[in-house]
Ligand binder design. Structure first.
Ligand SMILES: [Mn+2]
Length: 301
């Protein structure tokens, strides 16, 4: 049985509170464990928050001890690219002002602990991109069978390789597109050159979509997520977009900076990111084998 935990982004105090609320206790080695349950982290351990080093310490000791599983978030993928160079000696993720700003809290947390940082980079590199546990599925942003199958074949599994990381950092490569979809979700370019400002004030012309809904008959406002979009019908050309069916195997995700009431997105999609890094809650889902997903199984602090 699993307790799935959403994006933590450096909020160790909340993580400690949540693990205690879920009845995990520290063993003699200081590692959280539960007699009959395991945690699954949905990724995004780092960036933004004040206790990034502590969060990584808790998560890595748990995965090392086998009391937790974890998948990679887009922030872990980004920082791996930020610290890896290509053959020309350039960083895979440019050290632009915007990227530096995004990674600044994590850099600061490890400024005086360079060896530990190397250890955590290795740990992040080894995180699976998804977990397929038969009764449930876990991925940071979007369970997209086609992209997942392509990546799985190229990797002979679900973990990044150095070559794949290089390929996935170059826009235009299929590896880039597939990793974007799995770790950042599906984005759809707005019609007629429309654009909007995201939560950090950056102008964007592509909106994140609710891939667990069919776009047929929806407005941009109803189909988009993460900002307020116009209340106009989605373009007809979107009607055959990928949609994760309500009756499919339950999938657990993070990523979407949800606000407000903690509820399921669909009968088969459970998002656990309720914006702890923006004053929201850190949310878990207590999953029981053979029991349908239900809002009653959420726990948060
Ligand atoms: Mn996140």
């Amino acid at each position: 049985m699993y307790d799935l935990i959403g994006d933590i982004h450096g909020h160790a105090t909340k993580l400690n509170q949540l693990l205690k609320k879920l009845n995990y206790t520290k063993n003699k080695n200081g590692v959280y464990q539960h007699p009959s349950r395991k945690v699954i982290f949905v990724g995004d351990f780092i960036d933004r928050g004040p206790e990034i080093r502590e969060v990584l310490q808790i998560a890595k000791t748990m995965t090392d001890a086998g009391t937790a599983l974890a998948v990679m978030g887009n922030h872990e993928f980004n920082i791996l690219c930020y610290h890896t160079k290509n053959e020309a000696g350039e960083y895979l993720r440019p050290h632009s002002d915007k990227n530096q700003q995004q990674q600044q809290a994590t850099e600061a947390a490890f400024r005086d602990h360079p060896e530990e940082w190397v250890m955590y980079l290795e740990w992040m590199m080894a995180l699976p991109i998804w977990l397929d546990l038969e009764e449930i599925r876990v991925v940071h942003a979007c369970w997209h069978p086609e992209h997942l199958a392509k990546v799985k074949q190229a990797l002979s599994g679900n973990r990044l390789t150095p070559d794949f990381l290089q390929a996935a950092a170059i826009e235009g490569n299929w590896e880039y597109e597939s990793v974007e979809i799995l770790l950042k979700g599906i984005e759809q370019e707005l019609p007629d050159g429309q654009f909007f400002h995201d939560k950090d004030g950056h102008p964007r012309n592509a909106m994140r979509v609710q891939w667990w809904r069919s776009p047929k008959g929806l407005t941009l406002k109803e189909y988009g997520i993460g900002a307020v979009f116009p209340d106009t019908a989605v373009p007809e050309s979107w009607e055959n977009n990928f949609c994760y069916e309500p009756g499919d195997v339950p999938v657990f995700i993070g990523h979407y900076w949800l606000k407000g009431e903690v509820t399921l997105k669909s009968p088969s999609v459970c998002c656990l990111d309720f914006s702890v890094a923006k004053g929201g809650d850190l949310v878990a889902y207590r999953w029981e084998s053979g029991v349908e997903l239900s809002d009653a199984h959420f726990v948060w602090v």
